[in-house]
Structures are given as C-alpha cells and as structure tokens.
Design a binder for this molecule. Structure first.
Ligand code: IPM
Ligand code: MG
Length: 370
C-alpha cells in the first residue's frame, strides 16, 4: 500500500504530551492493522524559536507542504512573551495555515453523554449537543493589511488591523459549510456583524447567493455574531452548522468548546481546497485547547482533543471512516467507564493521567478493532 505521510508538530506546553498519546496509537495501528503511517517530527512555536530563532523553519514548512497531513499539538507560553512579534509562537501556526492555504477550519463540538454533567451549563442544555463550527481560516483580520502600529506624533500611536474579505473567500467557505450540513442535519447558520461592518454586509450577501444558487435544499439562517454567542450559551442545540469568519470563529469556537465540558475535548481539522487532479487536500489537525502552560509537564493534560483530531485526520485525509468511527467510539466508551483526566473530573469518577487516558482509549480501540 502507499505510505501515509504524517508530519508531527508537537509544539509547546501540553502539545508534546498530547501528541505522544497519538504516537502510541499510530505505532499500534501500524503494527497490527498495517496502516502504513510514516511519521516525521518537526518543531513549531516557542520550541522552534528556541532552536533556530523562528517559529517554524523553512525545512519544517517544506515537510508540512509535502506531508499528506500535519498533526499539530499547541504553541505558546509565558516563556516567549517577550520575543519579537514576527517570530512569536503563534506566528508558526498562522504561517502553516496561510502557506498551506488551509481556508476551512472544522470545529465540531460534541457533548459526550458521560460529560453532560461537567459543563458549566445545565445538563438539559448540552446533553446530546452536536454542532459544527466552520471557521474561515486564511482571511479576515488575522491576515488583512495594513497591520501595524504607527507613530502619529504627540506621544500617540495608532494600531491598525484590517478586516478584509473577497467574494471568493466567502463563497468557498460557505460551500464547505453547506456540504457539511448535507451530511448532518442540513442546517447552516451564518454569523457576521452586518449591522456594523462592511465585511459583514458582503459576507451575508455572498452566503445568501451561494445558498440560492447551489444549496437551496439546506436550511439557511443568519445571525449577528454577538447574538450568536448569546444563543450558543442559551440554547446551543438549535444549531447544526455555524459558518463564520476567522475572528468570530475563533471566539465562538472557544464558547462552543466549553459547552462540551472542557476545552480539552475539542478537535479540529483545517483543510485546503481539493487538488483538481488528485482530489487530495492539504490538511492540518489540531486540538482547540492550546498549550495550557499552567499544567504542562505534569502528565495531567487531557489528550482526548488530540486523539479526536487524529480521528478527524483518518476521516478527512485518508478516508479511513471505520477506523475514525471506532476511535470516536473508543473515546465515548472510556468516558462511559468513568475514567477522567483532571479537567473533566467529577465526584465518583476515576481520575487518571494523560498517558493512562491514552492507554485506555488505545485498549478500547484495540477491543473494537478485533
Ligand atoms: C485557535 C487559536 C489560534 C487562533 C492562536 C493560537 C493563533 O486560538 O486556533 O483558535 O487565534 O486562531
Ligand atoms: Mg482560539
């Protein structure tokens, strides 16, 4: 069989601990299921800065571009608070997104039945929750120019970020949202701020247009992004797919993550456009949680978001649907059995470490695979 080339970029903080649990799973799958994953490991974020003064080297960037998929841990931490802005840890992730043209970020927020009690919201509000945030990832205020702080005299400075979207960017991300909706409950809610922002006006127009022309079978609604944030905590089950821009998507997906019990639960996939000839697409998979420097190195981080990101990798990059389903089932079964890392622990449950959680999920996956 052809090799499946993975680049591992564990990064900083709890990233390496989380990626280590996926590595265990990959090794077992290669030995027992003949999956043929080939892994290389690179540096990103603060650890890359420490090694060569950049948040990702050109060599590692080339590896990322050549891989079938990238598994990304997390970047950042207080150690690098004072490094120059251009080489701050987050710049490595943003470069990966931009250079790999990963415009579509899928962030599913699923509340596992076993965790309905761990959410800060009432059980009936989150139980059975299954929403998908489709976040535009290579445009908007994250990348718009000018982006600068300038001196305007009299001891004053001016900071400028630019929110900018072209029609094609909104078309392609809404296309992804509508396609995803068709595989789910067939509903899309688009969120922007058309009452304040020109980019919101265009966003709303283009989404409406794409819907009319190609996806009128899907139910479309529009919400102002602030109201959307409110509705997400009021009654999140009204949503199926939410499509939104880069900045609103960043914020709304953190809100959605907490509905599921812990930020440690949320995986994500960042996808490029399918290649016209081969149909394959560049892809990077990462947990939404970030580097959590406060708990790094203690072996207590929750590896579930990372493992679930690997399940998304199997699903979207390698079409390994059965294996992905089994991995997600394994996570659900382990949670059902009462095992919990600290972030999702509650009374009467068994508190376990990062590697114990990884082992438990692998064992369960092995059982489901035999
Ligand atoms: C995320 C993160 C990143 C973002 C940071 C680390 C640059 O918060 O993926 O949600 O803002 O996109
Ligand atoms: Mg974020």
């Amino acid at each position: 069989m052809t090799a499946r080339k993975l680049l591992l970029l564990p990064g900083d903080g709890i990233g390496p601990e989380a990626v280590a649990e996926v590595t265990k799973i990959i090794n077992w799958m290669n030995s027992n299921l003949n999956t043929g994953f080939e892994t290389e490991t690179g540096l990103v974020g603060g650890s890359a800065y420490d090694a060569h003064g950049k948040s990702i080297s050109d060599v590692d960037m080339d590896l990322a571009l050549a891989a079938d998929a990238v598994l990304f841990g997390a970047v950042g931490g207080p150690k690098w608070n004072d490094v120059p802005y251009d080489v701050r840890p987050e710049a490595g992730l943003l470069r990966l997104r931009k250079d790999m043209a990963l415009f579509a970020n899928l962030r599913p927020a699923i509340c596992y039945p076993a965790l309905a009690d761990s959410s800060s919201l009432r059980k009936e509000v989150v139980e059975g929750l299954d929403i998908l945030i489709v976040r535009e990832l290579t445009g908007g205020v994250y990348f718009g120019e000018p982006k600068e702080i300038i001196d305007i005299g009299n001891g004053q400075k001016r900071a400028v970020d630019t929110q900018v979207y072209d029609t094609y960017e909104i078309e392609r991300i809404s296309g992804v949202a509508f396609e995803m909706a068709r595989t789910r409950s067939n509903k899309v809610c688009s969120m922007e701020k058309r009452n304040v922002m020109k980019s919101g006006v265009l966003w709303n127009e283009v989404v409406t247009d794409v819907h009319e022309k190609k996806y009128s079978d899907v139910e479309l609604s529009h919400m102002l992004a602030d109201a959307g944030g409110m509705q997400l905590v009021r009654w999140p089950k009204q949503f199926d797919v939410i499509v939104t821009d880069n900045l609103f998507g960043d914020m709304l997906s953190d809100v959605a993550a907490m509905l599921t019990g812990s930020l440690g639960m949320l995986p994500s996939a960042s996808l490029g456009a399918p290649d016209a000839r081969t149909g394959s697409r560049k892809a990077l998979y990462e947990p939404v949680h970030g580097s959590a420097p406060d708990i790094a190195g203690q072996g207590i981080a929750n590896p579930i978001a990372m493992i679930a990101s690997f399940a998304m990798c199997m699903r979207y990059s390698f079409n390994m649907i059965e294996e992905a389903d089994r991995m997600e089932q394994a996570i659900a079964n382990v949670l059902d059995s009462g095992k919990r890392t600290g972030d999702i622990h509650s009374d009467g449950m068994e508190k376990i470490s990062t590697s114990q959680m990884g082992n438990a999920i692998l064992e369960e996956f092995q059982g489901l695979s035999s």
